[in-house]
Design a protein around this ligand. Sequence first.
Ligand code: UDX
Length: 429
Amino acid sequence: MSTVGVVGAGYVGLTTAACLAHLGHDVVCGDLDADRVRRLNKGETPILEEGLDDLVVEGLRSGRLRFVLGASQAAAGVEFVFLCVPTPQGSDGRADLGAIDAAAREIASVLRPASVVVNKSTVPVGSTERVDRVLREAGAVADVGVASNPEFLREGTAVRDFLHPSRVVVGADDTAVGTRVSELYRGVRAPVLVTDPASAEMVKYASNAFLATKISFVNAIAAVCESVNADIREVVLGMGYDPRIGFEFLHPGPGWGGSCFPKDTAALLGTADDAGYDFALLRGVVSSNDEQRERMVAKVRDACGGDLAGARVAVWGLTFKANTDDLRDSPAVSIASLLAGSGAVVRAYDPASGEAAADLPGIEVVPDAYAACVDADVLVVLTEWDEFRWLDFGRVAGAMRRAELVDTRNLLDPAAMRRIGFGYRGVGR
Ligand code: UDX
């Protein structure tokens, strides 16, 4: 087993630290937030992620996991240091690497000989070289290695995605360094790709951009289905049986969002521009995704007889997808805001968004799904929380002023809703 330092206890860092400890490594995870470090050392996990809190407690109890303040304490004396710091979108759409540079500078002087610094944050092509340069300039010992090890974690299933990945990708100029990093995943059953840094970095962006493309494509097909009276569910079924297409990521909806796809597609467009390639295809994927939100607003306007001014709109779901508490770049939040901006009175319920949703302008957040529907003219399902399926729709219809339903996630059964008396609008059917 190895000694590992993880810099950053956010989504990626905390999952990485807890899972590597679970795989048997000795892990020290550092963060700048003293309160977060204190709470984590008490086993309190600050993010909603299935199975993560148990793994953190397991790691603390086994003595294989502990949390410290700052990057240098986490990096001192260990064999591997994972950089898991934020790379937010900069004003020009490109990834802001300020936190990566700062972390590399901070750890350079404490790195032990033959240790390896691993980029796990989502970083543009060329960032492994950049970290290597920053480390050298900051006085790191000569034989420190650098590598890229992109993550493919989805919010809501991050622990499962880490321990049961579809692949492990490692990029390093020095194959021996790459192999050492890949061996950290010895307990994981998955194909391992050890390649050069640029290719490894590109795997991450290309994968996210392709998944976003798949979703934008199925949303476009759904739009055509609505005009030709086809049913997107049947169409996706017919497409998905083809193993070259598959069923995954073909769920039509209000568009993709979250902390990754918007940021990563923008960063890839920036990289392509810098490389002199006009990535028109990806620009189309992004612009049609923006349009998808407008299409959902148009559906709601239609359900309200063509005018949103003064319409009472009930919203179910604010997070960018189910099983997470994350509102970042959420299609649900932007659609609800667009509705409020068009004069609608918006009342929303979300099972997990909590305090974070309390200050959304023009959106009144209520404590339960039924409360959102009182005297409403239309109910709009924006996030595919499973619990919405099991509600009493007779009671919902009874509480509403007009029983109109816009199901942007195709979560509900149109026939059943119509039998109850709802006017039902889905996506692509
Ligand atoms: C994504 C990638 O899946 C993951 O591999 C990467 O590491 C980080 O980015 P995440 O942001 O958690 O993960 O969300 P994901 O589950 O991919 O969903 C992204 C968006 O697409 C959400 O808004 C979701 O609602 C939407 N989506 C997803 C669809 O509209 N239809 C689908 O079929 C799948």
